[in-house]
Design a protein around this ligand. Structure first.
Ligand SMILES: [Zn+2]
Length: 416
């Protein structure tokens, strides 16, 4: 197999974004003064996002200042209301990027927001048009200039041992060459709650809980390691979830979700793989469209594109990968059938954006219907979450028993 193509790192992407860091001005609709409706802060070690929701487009300018590091945002023509007043109280002491936020009237027509930073950041400031339940959003994404890199640390830990000849591999990795890496992707997060149950449960919380359980089970295996695309309540664009998996040369990618439908009676678990030519059913097509809309709800800066992914979709390895994805999906579906009703008795296919890694067998699991009150109760139950994680684990093991991982993990050493 050819050497894998280089994957764009987050730093590369930030470099593209750097071009847009100068003064940014949005078009404005004049009329009644815009009003800020809400503010949300999503801290994480990847980046911290501040979202200001408002009822009509805003005109704003931004400045990144040093000594001390701070981002200054001037918004024109808004009232200094209780939302702005609440800003300072929204920042957690544990926020990796933000020290504090101040807001005040700077000039008669201008509200100034000052974000004092804990270190150097690369900000992305952009507007989102109304979508779903959200109005206009002004988004400030603060990426650390020197990001802590759990992916790199993850790889180094396992490659160090492989690279040192004559030295014994660590006891927990008896066969380092065949170490299997599974990337688990908890669906949604941050601004994107995913589906909401009638009892108020959020898909993003259920998916993270199940994903964490699955990670613990995988990490407990002697020859397997798992990595989460997100280990917190923040949003990651779909492409970046795939990029994270490619960066560590994952052997498998498992995206965890919970289904929803207008009728509360819809129930059962499903497993999906990518389709190259159309969806296997109209329901599967509809679901893929809904899941792909996560980027709109979650909020993606469209000024930053990863051109790598579009290109690699033409990779000839895609068909072989899809065959493996189907084998994995069947093994997992069989195991899930032992703990829950299956929505359909077979694996379904559709154009899920998150399943588009050309070289990593990928599945998307709808663990149950969060819109079904009975299944919502199960999804938030520790016992069911654990059983689901067990079923996913067993399905993977069954897949690997039939399709040994060979020497693929060696490629991880040349992917940078
Ligand atoms: Zn979902």
């Amino acid at each position: 197999m050819a050497e894998p193509a280089p994957v764009f790192t987050r730093r590369d992407i930030l470099r593209f974004a750097g071009a847009s860091l100068t003064l940014l001005v949005t078009p404005v609709a004049w009329g009644a003064a815009p009003t800020l409706l809400g503010v949300r802060v999503w801290p994480s070690s990847d980046y911290t996002r501040v979202t200001l929701e408002h009822d009509q487009p805003l005109r704003f300018t931004q400045m990144l200042l040093k000594g001390p590091d701070r981002l200054v945002l001037d918004i024109e023509g808004v009232e200094f209301n209780s939302v702005l007043q609440s800003l300072p109280g929204k920042i957690l002491e544990s926020d990796p990027q933000i020290k504090l936020i101040r807001a005040g009237r700077f000039k008669p027509e201008v509200v100034r927001i000052v974000i004092e930073l804990k270190g150097e950041v690369v900000p992305q400031v952009f507007s989102l048009k109304p979508v779903g339940d959200y109005g206009h959003r002004l988004v400030l994404d603060l990426y650390p200039a020197e990001p802590p890199d759990p992916l790199m640390a993850f790889l180094e830990k396992h490659q160090e041992a492989a690279a040192r000849p004559g030295q014994k591999p660590p006891a927990d990795a008896p066969d380092i060459q065949r170490l299997v890496t599974v990337v688990i992707d908890p669906g949604h997060g941050g601004e994107d709650p995913g589906a909401v149950g009638r009892g108020g449960s959020l898909e993003k919380n259920v998916t993270l809980a199940i994903a964490r359980r699955l990670k613990a089970k995988i990490d407990a295996q002697p020859n397997m390691r798992a990595l989460l695309t997100r280990d917190g309540d923040f949003f990651i664009p779909l492409q970046q979830r795939v990029a994270k998996a490619r960066r560590v040369n994952a052997d498998l990618f498992v995206s965890v979700h919970a289904d929803a439908f207008v009728k509360p009676t819809a129930r059962g678990s499903s497993v999906f793989v990518l389709s190259e030519n159309g969806a296997s059913s109209s329901a599967a097509r509809w679901l893929a469209q809904k899941e792909n809309a996560a980027d709109l709800i979650g909020g993606v800066n469209i000024g930053v594109k990863d051109p790598h992914l579009a290109r690699t979709l033409l990779d000839l390895s895609q068909t072989a990968t899809l065959n493996d994805s189907l084998k994995l999906a069947k093994a997992v579906l069989g195991e899930i059938g032992g703990i829950n009703t299956l929505h359909k008795g077979h694996v379904e296919q559709a154009g899920f954006a998150v399943l588009k890694a050309p070289d990593i067998p990928s599945i998307l699991v709808e663990t149950a219907f969060i819109s079904n009150p009975e299944e919502e109760a199960r999804l938030t139950d520790d016992g069911y979450q654990d059983k689901m994680a067990d079923a996913l684990m067993s399905g993977m093991k069954r897949y690997f028993a039939q399709n040994p991982p060979l020497a693929k993990s060696k490629m991880a050493a040349v992917s940078f």
